[in-house]
Design a protein around this ligand. Sequence first.
Ligand SMILES: [Zn+2]
Ligand SMILES: [Zn+2]
Length: 136
Amino acid sequence: MQPEALTGSCLCGSVKFEIKPPLSGFRYCHCSRCQKASGSAHASNIFVPQSQMKWLTGEGLITRFDVPGAKRFSVWFCSRCGTRVPHKVRERDDYLVPAGVLDEDPAMRPQNSIFWNSKAPWYVEPAEIPKFSEYS
Ligand SMILES: [Zn+2]
Ligand SMILES: [Zn+2]
């Protein structure tokens, strides 16, 4: 069963938002822009229609960056702590929500990995490496 609403927040807690399921998609994106924007191997992107997304606090602290020359790629982040927050996808009805900023389990799981051919050369599938519950 899907939760009624999911909340999310940035690292410093200034920016808070709420999204309402059903979510329209969940994917890992390995494109080079997502690598830069996330500082990691891939972004974990959830999509939700604009009407199901609501800012609760801190909207005024959000800095928006539209990548020059990009059709849709934007990065919105909390100007106090730098955490990436959801952004309205240009030319589409959707918000892109970075899954890691959610405070609750979205119930949905990633459906696919896109831009697989652009993946970082150092990326190793998690199944292939040892796991520890704390620092090792
Ligand atoms: Zn913050
Ligand atoms: Zn991407």
